[in-house]
Design a protein around this ligand. Structure first.
Ligand code: PMP
Ligand code: GLU
Length: 396
């Protein structure tokens, strides 16, 4: 069959592809340690599962409004208000089938052919691809490890053109774990105002932030940032609910209304049962979130210090999220089994073959000098996997 032009340009999500590959090798009995998936290993908390069971038992198993039920929108509004003091109305909230779906809807309703979208790198794999699917042009702003992977207002300004429409922010960041403080965000806000940019602020890791640091939400900075920002979040990471597929957008009511129309013509509502579970997630006991954060912090401390002790590896210590993004370029030019390691894909292949460890090549996130390791897995696996990495590198 003849595929569309769009279909021919699509590429698989690297994060999902590597996770699937590691699972397949495991199912064949190969002892692989999987550091691919950005997916917490914890079980979804019981109170949330109970709310879902209750939803099924009470027959709440039918279509709902495409943009989500009012009760869930209210739980989201209350959550944003109690966390950041921000007030939204129900018509400013859209619930979708995961943050990825919400982002896709958002790009679709904002981007016209050749509109430019500023994306700080290293970036999460799906932003540039989604922008391209919508006919837009991703404009990549490179953040370097020396600057803690942050982009500066000057950099943003220098890449703005007449076609620039959206600035994507994602902090704490997937894949680097970098985040921005209030002052840095205020400086970015000034540029966003000067250039009249729509800011897409993906704050899905806002609760996974270390050393007691407080996350600052972009729309809370001023009336202006609230007006120009579409805030993105969801339940996948904070509540270990990746399979439930609930994400949301909060912001301008015209944008939300257009997204609602798109959902209505494409997916309809996010799963009714998951919506009830998400209400419990946002409104119920938060003890499990604190416990998961504590565990992530232990893992982060271990993995970043272990990697930094390996010859040639330079690892930024994350301030949030659950990934490390070490620079492995020291090993470029080395050989194994007659093969040359000259980029992050070669290095990733080497780790999979020699160390039986699955990671994601940095090139997928816009930096070929790095690899991404997700530490959303047990401390035992982290210890074993990093030991294997260290041992295998000795042979190079
Ligand atoms: N944004 C970022 C930065 C992510 O890392 C992810 C993937 N986990 C998502 C959005 C999408 O999350 P989900 O679709 O599971 O809500
Ligand atoms: N976002 C997670 C990751 O980066 C899950 C996979 C995906 O949605 O791309 O690994």
């Amino acid at each position: 069959m003849k595929l569309s032009k769009l279909a021919k340009t699509l590429k698989p999500s690297a994060t999902l592809a590597i996770t699937a590959k590691a699972k397949e090798l495991k199912s064949k009995g190969i002892d692989i340690i999987g550091f691919g998936a950005g997916e917490p290993d914890f079980d979804t908390p019981d109170n949330i599962k109970d709310a879902a069971k209750q939803s099924i038992d009470s027959g709440f198993t039918k279509y709902t409004a495409a943009s989500g039920i009012v009760e869930l929108k209210e739980a989201i509004r209350n959550r944003i208000y109690s966390d950041y003091g921000l007030k939204y109305e129900n018509n400013q909230i859209l619930v979708g089938s995961g943050a990825k779906h919400v982002l896709y809807n958002l790009f679709n309703v904002l981007i016209d052919e050749n509109d430019e979208v500023l994306i700080p790198a290293p970036y999460w794999v799906s932003y540039p691809e989604q922008v391209k699917i919508c006919g837009g042009v991703p404009v990549i702003l490179n953040g370097s490890q020396e600057d803690d992977f942050k982009v500066t207002p000057k950099q943003i300004l220098s890449r703005c053109s007449k076609k620039t429409k959206i600035l994507v922010l994602n902090y704490p960041s997937n894949p680097t774990g970098a985040t921005y403080n209030r002052k840095e965000l205020e400086e970015i806000a000034e540029v966003a105002k000067e250039k009249n940019l729509i800011v897409l602020s993906d704050e899905i890791y806002d609760k996974i932030i270390y050393s007691g640091e407080k996350h600052v939400s972009f729309p809370e900075l001023s009336e202006d940032t609230k007006e120009r920002t579409i805030l993105i979040n969801g339940v996948s990471k904070t509540y270990s609910m990746t399979g439930w597929r609930i994400g949301y957008a909060a912001g301008n009511s015209d944008v939300i209304s257009a997204m609602n129309n798109l959902s209505g013509q494409s997916t309809s509502n996010p799963t009714s049962i998951s919506q009830k579970a998400a209400i419990e997630a946002f409104s119920g006991d938060q003890q499990k979130v604190t416990e998961m954060l504590k565990e992530f912090e232990i893992r982060k401390d271990f993995i970043s210090s272990f990697l930094n002790k390996i010859e040639g590896i330079k690892c930024f210590v994350p301030r949030g999220a659950f990934y490390v993004f070490p620079d492995i370029s020291y090993y470029f030019g080395k050989k194994y089994k007659g093969k040359n390691i000259s980029n992050s894909i070669d290095f990733t292949d080497f780790l999979l073959e020699e160390a039986k460890v699955a990671v994601v090549p940095g090139i997928e996130f816009g930096s070929d000098n790095h690899i991404r390791i997700s530490y959303a897995t047990s401390i035992e696996d982290i210890k074993e996997g990093t030991k294997r990495i260290k041992e295998s590198l000795k042979d190079l």
